[in-house]
Design a binder for this molecule. Structure first.
Ligand code: DI6
Ligand code: FE
Length: 409
């Protein structure tokens, strides 16, 4: 049987990630791509032909990375907050004093859709330069119906204008806007009665997210938001137990959430709940590092419980101005103690699962040909180098991204 493919990549060490606890390395296989999908994976054979041959020269090929948690659409930086923190103020203190998310909200509300797009597009490019082909983008700096939907619209436009896949999450419950300080439940009404139905009707949201924390929304308020999401058929995810344990992991699991994110303060009961529902734990080492949080998520307990762990950048102006998934992987290893194999699964397969995507994150027949070729041979090197630009080539749906990676010159 002979096969003709659009592109044939030879000479790569292929980390398929087809096994759950290892890289699934293939040393002598070639990959054929047809119509944006992986059409052949196996030994070099005269039966497999292609007019485009790529010689990987012994380098490592992995699935392209998936960044499953970002807040990359926003206006304004938070340099004043940053300096305050360096002088000793905490993230929560700055938020309580009217800084934090509300400061970004003010700048974002004032920005036009075009301005937000122009600010966000380079941030997507940063992530692509670190091997990312799929990125989730949250709203959450508008905090009014109109401006939340505008943020989601910008995220959708980014997905149309750029080669990456963009998935969106409505995060109206990110902070309480100043208009509702005295009556948070009325703001939750607005989220449930107008924002969620509005975003769903306009096709702007792929999921609904919330920040469950004493400085944000209570578990009871999150319950209401999740119920409203279920009514319009949207899956949910949750910023859970980042600064304190409010039972966020359990709450996410009880609602069959796609993911529970952060989890620094979650308990073992929380991990058991996540494991039972298959809810992915999204670890955010960048925010942990940037805020210098002493408390780390209990990775050993998650491993023990059988929770799938993803790694994300959280790219945002307040807790993680982090523009590299490669650096997020290195931080996950060094700060949280993930093994290099866990960080790579976490930045690909499990990250895709956190977005409900089953067509990427692994190298096997039929998967999208979203591939990253790296200037290293050993997969552990991806979690070892801090901020070194190791990407050689990025392929998205079978197309080589021009100008991305070291091979582009
Ligand atoms: N937790 C975080 O770390 C980000 N959002 C959240 O709920 C921070 C967002 C910001 O400070 O702008
Ligand atoms: Fe976040």
């Amino acid at each position: 049987m002979s096969v003709h493919v659009d592109v044939l990549i030879t000479g790569a060490r292929i980390a398929t990630l087809g096994v759950s606890d290892d890289y699934g390395l293939l040393n002598n296989a070639v990959i054929g791509i047809s119509q944006g999908r992986i059409a052949y994976l196996g030994p070099r054979s005269t039966q497999v032909t292609s007019s485009v041959l790529v010689d990987a020269a012994g380098r490592l090929l992995t699935p392209a990375l998936v960044d499953c948690h970002t807040h990359l659409v926003f206006a304004g930086e938070r340099l004043a907050d940053f300096e305050k923190r360096l002088r000793g103020a905490t993230y929560a203190e700055i938020a309580a004093a009217g800084g934090g998310i509300r400061r970004t909200m003010a700048a974002t509300r004032n920005a036009s859709e075009d301005e937000l797009f122009d600010l966000a597009a380079p941030r997507v490019s940063w992530l692509m330069a670190s091997g990312v082909a799929t990125v989730e983008i949250k709203s959450g700096y508008g905090l009014s119906v109109e401006s939340e939907l505008r943020m989601l619209g910008v995220a959708r436009r980014l997905g149309e204008a750029l080669p990456v896949t963009v998935t969106t999450s409505l995060l109206g419950a990110h902070a309480v806007p100043p208009e509702f300080t005295e009556d948070v439940d009325r703001y939750v009404d607005l989220i449930c009665d107008e924002m969620i139905p509005g975003a769903a009707a306009a096709g702007l949201a792929d999921a609904v997210d919330a920040f469950c924390e004493s400085i944000a929304f209570s578990p009871q308020q999150v319950e209401r938001i999740f119920t409203a999401a279920a009514q319009v058929g949207l899956p949910v995810r949750l910023h859970a137990d980042q600064l304190s344990d409010l039972g966020g992991a359990e709450l996410a699991a009880a609602h069959g959430a796609l993911s529970a994110d952060h989890l620094e303060h979650s308990s073992e009961a929380g991990f058991d709940a996540l494991a039972a529902t298959g809810t992915v734990a999204v670890l955010i080492p960048g925010a942990s590092a940037f805020l210098d949080e002493a408390r780390r998520p209990a990775v050993a307990a998650m491993r023990q419980a059988g929770v799938r762990m993803a790694v994300a950048s959280d790219l945002n102006p307040g807790s993680a101005p982090l523009g590299s998934m490669q650096l997020a992987m290195a931080l996950a290893a060094t700060r949280f103690g993930l093994t290099p194999a866990e960080t790579l699964h976490g930045a690909t397969r499990h990250a895709a699962a956190a977005l409900g995507l089953t067509d990427r994150g692994e190298i096997r027949l039929g998967q999208r040909a979203d591939l990253a070729l790296w200037d290293v041979a050993e997969p552990a090197a991806l979690s070892y180098w801090f901020g070194a630009p190791l990407l050689a080539q990025l392929w998205i749906e079978g197309r080589l991204m021009e100008g991305v990676g070291s091979d582009a010159g």
